[in-house]
Design a binder for this molecule. Structure first.
Ligand code: SF4
Ligand code: SF4
Length: 126
């Protein structure tokens, strides 16, 4: 099994946002605009959900690819000390994208042209 250090902290270096399935030219045009930006990709996951992925490093990832706030409070004197989000706690190394089964996506759109091709397949005019 690959360790977090070996995979370079992959799952702490992006956020994934579920969005509505695009239906018409306007929806696809918005995705083309999103994919014009660095660090953005869009995919259809294995549950057929549409996901926009934004590459961005978590502020609490340290240089060894460990979480600075895992099971500890970073600044206990702060009135509202930050704790590891439940979302992260639920994520386990055993079933993460590097160690789990297969790719997290069925279809990946990494550039605007990928969406344009998909529109053609769906018979939607670009
Ligand atoms: S949980 Fe998995 S994807 Fe995340 S850093 Fe560890 S090995 Fe990499
Ligand atoms: S809070 Fe910790 S586990 Fe969650 S994304 Fe940031 S570094 Fe990773």
């Amino acid at each position: 099994m690959i360790t977090c250090k070996e995979c370079d902290g992959k799952c702490c270096k992006y956020i994934a946002i579920e969005v509505d399935e695009p239906e018409d030219r306007e929806d696809f045009d918005q995705m083309i605009w999103q994919l014009c930006h660095e660090g953005i990709s869009i995919y259809i996951d294995n549950d057929n959900d549409w996901i926009v992925e934004v590459k961005t490093n978590c502020k609490y990832l340290d240089e060894n690819n460990s979480c600075k706030i895992h099971e500890k409070v970073l600044d206990p004197n702060n009135e509202n000390p930050i704790k590891e989000p439940d979302f992260c706690k639920k994520h386990s190394m055993e079933n993460c994208e590097m160690n789990g089964e297969g790719l997290p996506h069925k279809l990946l759109f990494s550039k605007p042209e990928d969406i344009i091709k998909y529109m053609e397949l769906k018979g939607i005019k670009y």
